[in-house]
Design a protein around this ligand. Structure first.
Ligand SMILES: [Zn+2]
Length: 146
């Protein structure tokens, strides 16, 4: 079965992420600052050219700041809130709910139907696809756990 071609729409600029680029994953602080984000997957340009500072000049963090998952002291700007980037396929597998919300449904259905995938792996994707089909409000930040 041929692997379906898919294009992820960037959560920030809403343009298709070029296949030649890695995809960046955003954390919940991005969602707090950009409430309309449909998912966590973003293009290189948006992920690396969006700027903010987490700390106030007087010390401490801005109101409502959601701590980044970085070592102490490394949480100071937008880049602190970027998760590990990766290939289009890898990030859709890691964040399947975002994948569905951002244009990768055909690929996720292909993954679910792979004859050689482990039963646990298939079951996780089937659960996400079932949520999607039921019209559930998907949490795009929820990672698939294997
Ligand atoms: Zn973008």
């Amino acid at each position: 079965m041929a692997v379906p071609k898919f294009r992820i729409t960037c959560a920030l600029c809403r343009k298709p992420i070029p296949l030649s680029q890695d995809v960046h994953a955003l954390d919940r602080e991005w969602k707090r600052r950009f409430p309309a984000l449909p998912g966590v997957l973003a293009c290189e340009r948006c992920a690396t050219r969006t700027h903010w500072r987490c700390e106030l000049p007087t010390g401490g963090f801005v109101d409502g700041h959601i701590p980044a998952s970085v070592p102490d002291g490394a949480d100071f700007d937008a880049w602190s809130h970027l998760l590990t980037p990766g290939t289009h396929k890898a990030l859709v597998i890691k964040y399947p709910r975002s994948g569905l919300l951002q244009g990768a449904e055909s690929y996720l259905r292909h993954v679910e139907a792979r004859p050689y995938a482990s039963p646990q792996f298939v079951a996780r994707f089937r659960a996400v696809l079932t949520e999607w089909e039921a019209g559930a409000d998907l949490d795009p930040f929820q990672e698939a756990t294997f």
